[in-house]
Write a protein that binds this ligand. Structure first.
Ligand code: API
Length: 276
């Protein structure tokens, strides 16, 4: 199978983006892993597949696969690249589109300044919906991580996140705690582990050990999850500037029951063709 693709990134969180509208694409988990491999394949944190919409009132379907081959519910940095891809590839003339994901509909929009704003939907704290095994609905809960006990906020942006507050992200135990939290038994679908440093009420620094990909230079849904966790814990006020290792995102949230708006860049690095 010959596959045309674009290599893109959102703040260094990088993607192989494939047009599944004008080419027939059926990838196994093993083929996704091979494409994502940074030595034997193209290399990426996630693979994004563009498909025709499967329901009225929506422009496209958006499927997301982590580098480990697993299909997941949502990808924020990918959503910004998605709308730039379908626009630049001539798959739509719209600058604002409605996109169906595994867990709901998101609305990315190309702004005149070249950045992209995405309505990422309404965050969910209900433990059963994250999913997170928890007897309590407290916004901050204890989690045993190896021989350490940490306070986390569990929240879904369509995909699951466990966010903790640290004094200094540069010294956060991302490599040590990340893999343990990612596969913690209290997260039945595994989880993305966020480490957030509160700089002031309108800015944070963030690192994320991503489910199925390891630490990435930026995580869009992770930035959304960290901001809503910080606001819910009374530490932040909207809007919040999020500094990631790959650059800056702006996140706005009006509070419970309202959607999260994320704004940031989306870059095409090159296009290519691969034979699988
Ligand atoms: N690793 C995530 C998917 C990619 C999310 C991230 N790259 C983003 O920008 O939101 C998960 O398993 O839920």
């Amino acid at each position: 199978m010959n596959l045309k693709f674009s290599k893109m990134h959102g703040l260094g969180n990088d993607f192989v983006v494939i047009d599944g509208v004008r080419q027939t694409v059926n990838l196994s988990s093993a083929q996704v892993r091979a494409l994502a491999d940074r030595h034997f394949g193209v290399g990426c944190d996630q693979l994004l597949l563009v498909e025709p919409a499967s329901q009225p009132g929506v422009d496209f379907r958006y499927r997301i696969f982590n580098a480990d081959g697993g299909e997941v519910e949502q990808c924020g940095n990918g959503a910004r690249c998605f709308v730039r891809f379908v626009h630049d590839q001539g798959l739509t003339a719209k600058r604002a589109i409605r996109v169906e994901t595994q867990k709901g509909i998101i609305e990315p929009r190309l702004n005149d300044d070249g950045e992209v704003t995405v309505d990422m939907g309404v965050p969910v704290f209900e433990p059963d919906q994250v999913p997170f095994v928890s007897p309590s609905r407290e916004v901050a809960q204890s989690l045993q991580v190896g021989d350490e006990e940490v306070q986390i906020t569990a929240v879904s942006m369509g995909n699951p996140h466990a966010v903790q507050v640290v004094a200094d992200v540069d010294r956060a135990p991302v490599e040590r705690q990340g893999p343990i939290i990612e596969s913690h038994p209290r997260f039945p679908k595994r989880v993305n582990a966020g480490f957030m440093q509160v700089v002031d009420r309108h800015s944070i620094r963030l690192r994320v050990y991503e489910r199925g990909a390891g630490e990435t230079l930026a995580c869009g849904t992770g930035a959304c999850a960290a901001v809503v966790a910080g606001i819910a814990r009374g530490l932040l006020d909207s809007p919040v500037r999020v500094e990631t290792r790959g650059g800056f995102l702006s996140i706005a949230w009006g509070g419970e029951g309202t959607p999260v708006l994320m704004t940031g860049p989306a870059v095409t690095v090159f296009s290519g063709e691969i034979t699988l």
